[in-house]
Ligand binder design. Sequence first.
Ligand code: ADP
Length: 558
Amino acid sequence: MFGYAKTIRLVILEFLICMAVHVGYVFYKFDVETGIKALIVSIAFAMVSILVSLIIKKPKIVVCTNVLLMILATEYLGVIAKSLAFSAFISIVITASLTIFMEMGYIIYSYVVGMLAALVNYFFFKSYIVSNSGSMFIYSVYLAIYTIASLNLCVIVKYSKNLMLKLEDKVLEAQQANESKMMFLANISHEIRTPMNAICGMTELAAREDNSPIVNEYISGIQSSGKVLLSIVNDILDYAKLESGKFEIVPVNYSLKFLLDDITNMMQIRLSDKQVTLKYTIDDNVPKFLYGDEIRFRQILFNLLSNAIKYTEQGYITIRVSGKQEGDDYRLFVSVTDSGIGIRKDDFEKIFVSFQQVDSRKYRNHEGTGLGLAICKELTILMGGSIHVESTYGVGSKFSFDILQKLAREVEVVSKESLNPKAENKLMVEGGKVLVVDDNRVNLKVAQGLLRTFGLTVDTCLGGKECVEILKDNHTYDIIFLDHMMPEMDGIDTLRVIRGSEDEYLRSVPVIALTANVMDGVREIFIAEGFDDYVSKPIDMIWMNSILRKFIPFDKQR
Ligand code: ADP
């Protein structure tokens, strides 16, 4: 139960207490001279005990020596104080106290040492025994009780140990079950993303065709449902990562105003059919540029705003940002207030628990998994803050959270921002050609369709081997998009073959990983493997746009 150091400290503490009680007893019962004698003897024994514990490194020898010293000291004091019979009782107490260490060995050694000391008394100090305990018979009864008590203690230790082992097994089982649950969630999210790529991609392509208004309406329905489904999958994945402690905070420099403008613009679109105003205010003292995990900050705000929009039919939604310096850090306080349906006081705790929705029967039409606020809560904790809610049922709610950020260096953010508008401009390519490698035909069709909208010529193939073959005598591609998970030769193996070539083109052509894996650190993994960048599936057109801007030769960009 305890480690060695703690065990020894406890043994010595017991030793000192034992001595102190005895010396106190001698001072109380006898004259000062006897008391001082007892005190000197006790100090001498205690010193030896401490020295032994410090010098000898073998736990069992230290415990046994301490037990022996304790018994000798007790018995010696017993002789002085004429309380020899007390020593058997002391031995039982010492042995009993050793049970908390849960080591049967210590109890047995302590018993053997105690018994040996008792037998030495038995044979060499008979007259003291008789004068202090009445008779040799009573002393023998003490020793018998001592033996039975020690045996009992051994049984207790064995039983408790078994129990502990069973408990440990159960804890391990629960941990394994939790891990498999997390693995399952992560895998299933990955598997769902792959067909989702096809659904989102194909609808994106279909929307670009010359459709009738009714078909466009159907397509936009599929598109918005696809987005909801994708956000649910992302929530499940985030939840799995948070639960398994695999969530990483990636700090960057960002502009607060830029973030709030961006997110409120995005949300305005969702509010277009509602009588709700959306505004934000930033306190004057809040720095313009901060350093922290912008993406996760966005995610919390996005979740709170999505809820506010979901549950508010008319009135307002306001975001307020304030903050204060805390040493080197900056604590940011953000609140999202709405004039929506509100939440009952009894439900305040519940809503932050995963998969919990309240009033679900009444608001069955509001989609969601009940994960959003649970994720927000974990994220704020991870970012050194907290989240809470105030609400009046039927009037509105206010969600407030705080996170620790640092101050950013202005220049870096400004330059990053100035790049953004360009990145969002749709790129058109003239004379550009790319190769897409994926074992899934539908995914190939989607990638081909989406990439063609940039004006690119798109060739496709179904596997790593085929890709290597094609590249042997075709050096016309500006970019190779390689799926990661493929049978036979996966994306990484294929890249190794391409890069392992002597040919200058194959060693330098940009190769971008295409993957449904969106776990943290995935970009770093692909870069470390030698990829130039990566694009996640379902393919996001803004992301693809910026990848093409980066890797298509400048003279082909329009
Ligand atoms: P969901 O995916 O259901 O939105 P959340 O964890 O984000 O899951 O929210 C949990 C529950 O909290 C919601 O189902 C809803 O009942 C309640 N809730 C959250 N935000 C609001 C809000 N702004 N107004 C009213 N109720 C809310």
